[in-house]
Design a protein around this ligand. Structure first.
Ligand SMILES: [Mn+2]
Length: 319
């Protein structure tokens, strides 16, 4: 199991009320990844954490780290706070597409496998705010253009039900799949964030399977929450069996990308928090690898629900 981290969470984070931890340079964040037992991969935000490809490549080499993904941020800049890829203003949409293209150029230059983008500011807060017809058409157009550029660096889109908009444009894995089907570019995929998926009342394992069976790729972000908000907790801390099931099916499909931690330490010590996340994730991965998947799938085919729950109790919960 390859585990990585979105390095933004190693610096200062904030919510509406508090600030947590302290600001760090990209170098300091990478140095910290090296100290966390269980991580050797990095997801880095472009353009906010990147400098020149040469500089970043040298840092990655210095700390012996590998690339999970480059994250194209199309929400942070003040001009994007009310949306980017689906906005009615063409110049804003063009600038958002340019950032994704820039992230793809950067990924290619440093040897990162793909770009992921979570367009959180696209959507609406009140009803009668957005022209749904035009917003959807713009989304197809802008994501389509970004996907077409440098196809050797695939583009992954990350859905989320809400935050920062009350209702995000890509509010579920299903909506994202629909967008990718409309665009019809095979060099695309879904960034399946465990916490986002359960916030959308989905089952992450089922959405991993559905996306792959629809012919699109999947990249996994790991964390947990209470399904009401995106709390970015340690994996398995609230939805243990759902995490086990996601890793079960990821293994069935031969998932070989990084499992990237999209979790926020907040009140926890930074290194301890990520080590506990890495530890439970690896523990579940090892557990899943010791399960007889053929036996489970045979029982599913036979609709033997009683034996399945008995196995879950005995082999997964171990009680
Ligand atoms: Mn995520």
């Amino acid at each position: 199991m390859k585990q990585s981290v979105i390095i933004g969470f190693l610096g200062k984070t904030q919510d509406r009320f508090c600030e947590y931890h302290t600001s760090k340079t990209t170098r300091e964040k990478l140095q910290m990844v090296q100290q966390i037992k269980g991580f050797d991969g990095v997801e880095m935000v472009c353009p906010h954490e990147t400098t020149t490809p040469e500089e970043i490549k040298a840092l990655m080499k210095e700390f012996g780290l590998n690339w999970a993904a480059i994250n194209a941020n199309v929400k942070k800049d003040p001009k994007f706070i009310s949306g980017s890829l689906s906005r009615p203003i063409k110049e804003i949409r063009d600038e958002a597409v340019a950032i994704i293209k820039q992230a793809k150029d950067f990924a290619k230059a440093v040897g990162a496998p793909h770009v992921t983008c979570c367009p959180l500011s696209d959507g609406y807060d009140m009803l009668f705010q957005v022209d749904y017809k035009m917003a959807w058409r713009y989304m197809i157009e802008t994501v389509g253009e970004a996907a077409d550029y440098l196809p050797e660096i695939p583009l992954f889109l990350e859905p989320k039900y809400s935050e920062v908009r009350v209702h995000c444009q890509l509010d579920s894995t299903a909506k994202t799949l629909l967008l990718l089907k409309e665009i019809g570019n095979k060099h695309t995929g879904v960034t399946l964030d465990f916490g986002h998926s359960i916030m959308s009342q989905e089952n992450p394992a089922q959405m991993l399977v559905t996306t792959l069976e629809s012919g699109f790729d999947v990249y996994v972000h790991t964390n947990d929450n209470d399904t009401k908000a995106d709390w970015d907790l340690i994996g398995g801390s609230r939805h243990f069996l759902g995490y086990v099931e996601l890793l079960f099916w990821a293994k069935e499909y031969g998932y070989d990308k990084y499992f990237t931690t999209d979790a926020s330490p907040r009140i926890f010590d930074l290194v301890d928090f990520f080590e506990r996340h890495a530890e439970v994730s690896l523990g579940i991965w090892n557990l899943v690898n010791n399960l007889d998947a053929k036996k489970y799938r045979k029982l599913m085919a036979e609709e033997n629900y009683n034996e399945l729950i008995r196995l879950v109790t005995k082999e997964i919960y171990r009680v």
